[in-house]
Structure formats: structure tokens, C-alpha cells
Ligand binder design. Structure first.
Ligand code: BJW
Ligand code: ZN
Length: 243
């Protein structure tokens, strides 16, 4: 199933970067954002995941996140997440970058994860920026308020907002320097994350895509696996084990 070219690159001394998107968590039961059974079929992500949307309807946006938090707290990592833990152990220079806010990579045991779009478990005050862990506040207000009076919001990155500087800078750096770049379960349409595989390719990396359907990125990729991440990644992990 794997090409000879890819097999010969799967050596511990190769520099590997993985970018994951919502598609890696669907097999755990977390819906994606776009597509047929997308999470936001009723709302376009660009309409709901913005600061303006939060300010005009804080209750709706807060409850939407509460619904997703509950869903995420009840699901488990799947074989795709577990295979990436094995890859982290195998490659000496390995970087896992995720657009996901669900924390499932960490739950699977990945030690170092670059989170580009924040984490749904955390909240922060819109006024003073203070961070709050999910269970830290007992306020009955929706959304709850900070001690300074500001509203709390989920600590995720909405459209029009900057990504955490350290995370995106590191992501671009390691992508530009890697030998193999895996783009897994992402529609590759949201920037700047969508630019990472392009930068990797420009830097000479072998670009591998794993997705159940072709994306914007497919034409640029050296190898496209059309299938479920939870089935393809264990195959790759198996090849590594046997290497
Ligand atoms: C499987 C599978 C299985 C299913 N196995 N695969 C015009 C042109 C270009 C850029 C812009 C523009 N206008 C605005 C922008 C910038 C904007 C942007 O990119 N917009 C595009 C939509 C055009 N970006 C931003 O605003 C970013 N910030 C920024 O650029 O700052 C600078 C700036 C400042 C001020 C003004 C302008 C710019 C921020 C982006 C933040 C994205 N946030 C979200 C929400 C996070 C919080 C939350 O979770 O609620 O992040 S949106 C949503 O999309 C989420 C995701 O991380 C992100 C990416 O989605 P992803 O992961 O790819 O999911 P899907 O659903 O799209 O795809 C799933 C894939 O899986 C599919 O392909 C399936 O086929 C596949 N799949 N099952 C393998 N089993
Ligand atoms: Zn505050």
C-alpha cells in the first residue's frame, strides 16, 4: 500500500512533521466542521467562530462550546491518534501540529503537540485576558464572568484572530525544514495552517496526504492516501515497527 519512495524515507533520522485536522477525530465521534455531516452544517464556521458573533450572541456561542466540550469529554482517541504516538517515539525529530482543539492527541499520549487553534477546555476573559480552566468557575451566568467583570470566552482561535505566535512560528520553522510532511484529515482551506504543507513542499519535503477525499492540497502532494486516518496510519506505524 505504501510506495517504495515513502517506505525508504521512514527511517528514524528523517525529520517528520504531521499536521492534523478535524478528520482525525471523526472516528472518535467528533464531527468535522465542513462537509456532509459537518459540525456546522446549520451555521457556516465563518459566521459563528468570530469575535463579532460572540459579542452579538454570547449565549448562543457559549452554549455551542459547552455542547462540544461535553461531547469531547466523552470520547476517546482512536487508532490514528495512537499511531502518531508510535511515530513520535520512532523518529528522532518529530513534530505534531494540530488545528484541533479537542486535546485527543495529548489524551492518546503524544508528548509534544503544537496547538494552532487553542484548546476548548480553557477559557479566557475578554477584558483582562486571565485564563480559566473549565471547572474553575462556579458562576451561573452564561457566559460566566471574570472577577474583573469581563465575559469569559473559550480559549480558541476564531476567524480574524491571530494564532498563538510561538505555536505558528514553530510550526512554520519545522515545516520548512522537514523531510516528510503528513497532512491528515484536514480540508486544508483555513489559513495560515493551510500554508504549512506548501512551505514544507517548497523546502523539499516529501508531502503525504491522508484524507477520505481529495482536497485543495492533493495535486501538490507526492502521495495521497484516500481513506480513513484510523486505518491508514496504523499501516504506516506497522511499517515503522518492522523497519
Ligand atoms: C477524514 C476522515 C477520516 C473526514 N480520515 N480524513 C480570504 C482568503 C484567504 C484567507 C482568508 C480570507 N479571509 C479570511 C482569511 C483568513 C482566515 C481563513 O483562512 N479563512 C478561510 C476560510 C478562507 N483565517 C483566519 O482568520 C485565521 N487567522 C488569521 O489568518 O489571522 C491573521 C488575520 C488577522 C486579522 C484579519 C485577517 C487575518 C484564524 C483561523 C481560525 C480557525 N478557527 C477554527 C475554529 C477553532 C475553534 C473551534 O473549534 O470552534 O478552526 S475554524 C475551523 O476550521 C477550526 C479548524 O481547526 C479549522 C480547519 O478545519 P479542518 O480541521 O480542516 O476541518 P474540516 O472540517 O474543514 O475538514 C475535515 C477533513 O477531514 C475533510 O477534508 C474530510 O474529508 C476529512 N475527513 N473524516 C481522514 N476518517
Ligand atoms: Zn478579567
Amino acid at each position: 500500500m505504501l510506495s517504495q519512495a515513502l517506505k525508504s524515507l521512514l527511517r528514524p533520522d528523517k525529520r517528520v512533521v504531521v499536521l492534523t485536522g478535524a478528520g482525525i477525530s471523526t472516528e472518535s465521534g467528533v464531527p468535522t466542521f465542513r462537509g456532509e455531516d459537518g459540525l456546522w452544517k446549520k451555521f457556516k464556521p465563518e459566521e459563528l467562530a468570530t469575535f463579532d458573533a460572540f459579542i452579538s450572541n454570547p449565549q448562543l456561542v457559549w452554549e455551542w462550546y459547552e455542547y462540544r466540550r461535553k461531547l469531547i469529554s466523552e470520547v476517546k482517541p482512536n487508532p490514528a491518534h495512537h499511531s502518531l504516538v508510535k511515530m513520535e517515539d520512532f523518529f528522532e525529530d518529530f513534530h505534531l501540529i494540530t488545528q484541533n482543539v479537542d486535546g485527543l492527541h495529548q489524551k492518546a499520549g503524544s508528548k509534544k503537540v503544537i496547538e494552532l487553534h487553542g484548546n476548548i477546555k480553557r477559557n479566557k476573559c475578554i477584558k483582562c485576558g486571565r485564563e480559566f480552566e473549565e471547572l474553575e468557575f462556579s458562576s451561573k451566568e452564561i457566559p460566566p464572568k471574570c472577577t474583573c467583570g469581563g465575559m469569559l470566552r473559550p480559549d480558541v482561535v476564531w476567524f480574524g484572530e491571530m494564532l498563538p505566535a510561538q505555536a505558528i512560528n514553530e510550526a512554520f520553522k519545522v515545516s520548512s525544514l522537514c523531510d516528510i510532511f503528513f497532512s491528515i484529515g484536514t480540508s486544508a482551506i483555513v489559513y495560515p495552517a493551510a500554508h504549512l504543507p506548501v512551505v514544507a513542499k517548497q523546502g523539499g519535503a516529501y508531502l503525504v496526504e491522508i484524507n477520505i477525499e481529495r482536497t485543495e492540497l492533493s495535486n501538490l502532494a507526492d502521495e495521497v492516501f484516500l481513506g480513513k486516518a484510523g486505518e491508514i496510519l496504523p499501516e504506516i506505524a506497522k511499517v515503522i515497527r518492522e523497519a
